[in-house]
Design a protein around this ligand. Structure first.
Ligand code: BYC
Length: 330
């Protein structure tokens, strides 16, 4: 199957002794907490790694519109429709800020879309799962946006200026999304028996995929060490996953729902929840293109790109004509 077939190649972290004088000065700037801006000198590895992460992030935002977009016409009330519509529009905006941030690194938007459509770049595993009932809109907002915030709040302090600044607005909007999702879950959990059953079913299906959003376990993470040294990433995958579990379990309890993990227990010593790891073979299968919805998501994205060709062509033609008119007037 096509999609996301690129194999990760781990980067060895550059020690100070391995670094050139320029690289050492660059690392010193990062260590001092300075922001790196587009025109500043940067190691090629830093630039490439940022394009990979920001590009993947941007793709996740726009592919993430699809499972929720499917529910706009089926939302149960006008208010729910308006909220969901606004949320899905926000995700397009997040994609836009992130594509703009990636473009400052010398990659074009066309190249990024091409890499998404040909499976050379990944997007978040979570969006390869289906959204089967209205309760899934609650679970996505609560858990998926909840996990996104956990990961993205620290990224506001990331070393690359345009990425860090994009994160500020994204995080504000994501926290609104998380609340609207939780509110949908609360209404259903306090509703009829059937509504509560739907809410529990959505939690059962989205719990482990949400845990997988943080990436593979630290042992398997190929980019973490170098990305953290460069402050492209501020925490390890397992640190953020644990934080998410610790914050989300009490919210599930408030909803009167059970987290689908028999091993879940509060550990007095560590002051964290002990929890079961997701099925990592499922995760690697999904990011290799074999998740339940990979093919459908890419097909929909490509169709949107092809259907939008006339808009891009019309805008270019308009720009050409305006320029010609301006030049003729001068
Ligand atoms: N899905 O070395 P690792 C959102 C890949 S948007 C797919 O730990 P890294 C939202 C990874 O790319 C959510 N692939 O990687 C949107 C690497 O493969 P490559 C997106 C994954 O980069 C709309 C390999 O596995 N958020 O929430 O250090 C509506 C090894 O992993 C995943 C971001 O993108 C995954 N879950 O850490 C609602 C945030 N995890 O590239 C919500 C920014 C890992 O070598 N990104 N892989 O072929 C990050 O923070 C980091 O990139 C990650 C992964 C923590 C995701």
């Amino acid at each position: 199957m096509y999609a996301q077939m690129v194999k990760s190649t781990g980067q060895a972290v550059r020690t100070r002794d391995d670094m050139t004088v320029e690289e050492r000065a660059f690392q010193d700037r990062i260590d001092r907490g300075e922001k790196i801006e587009p025109k500043d000198w940067m190691p090629e590895g830093y630039r490439k790694n940022l394009i990979r992460q920001i590009g993947q992030h941007a793709h996740s935002e726009i592919v993430g519109q699809l499972p929720e977009g499917n529910w706009i016409t089926r939302a149960p009330t006008l208010e729910r429709k308006a909220n969901l519509l606004a949320k899905v529009q926000d995700e397009a905006g997040h994609g836009l800020y992130l594509y703009c941030a990636a473009e400052t690194l010398g990659v074009s938007r066309d190249e990024l879309f091409d890499m998404l459509h040909t499976g050379k770049m990944k997007y978040s595993s979570i969006f390869n799962y289906p959204t089967l009932t209205w309760a899934d809109m609650g679970a996505v907002g609560w858990l998926v946006d909840g996990a996104a915030i956990m990961n993205q709040v620290p990224l506001q302090r990331t070393s690359y200026g345009p990425y860090a600044r994009a994160m500020v607005r994204i995080c504000k909007e994501e926290s609104f999304h998380q609340r609207q999702g939780f509110q949908v879950m609360l209404t259903m959990a306090r509703g009829t028996k059937d509504q509560k059953r739907m809410a529990q079913d959505a939690l059962n299906r989205f719990w482990y995929p949400a845990l997988m959003m943080f990436g593979p376990s630290d042992k398997e993470s190929v980019h973490s060490a170098q990305s953290m040294a460069w402050k492209i990433k501020m925490n390890t995958n397992d640190e953020l996953r644990q934080k998410f579990v610790d914050e989300t379990v009490p919210q599930a309890e408030f909803l009167g729902l059970s987290v689908p993990d028999e091993k879940l227990t509060w550990n007095e010593e560590t002051e964290h929840y002990d929890y079961s790891e997701p099925d990592w073979s499922e995760f690697f299968d999904v990011i290799s293109g074999n998740g339940p919805c990979n093919a459908e998501r890419l097909k929909t994205r490509k169709k949107a790109w092809d259907d939008g060709a006339w808009v891009r062509e019309a805008m270019l033609a308009h720009a050409r004509k305006s320029r010609a008119r301006r030049e003729a007037a001068e």
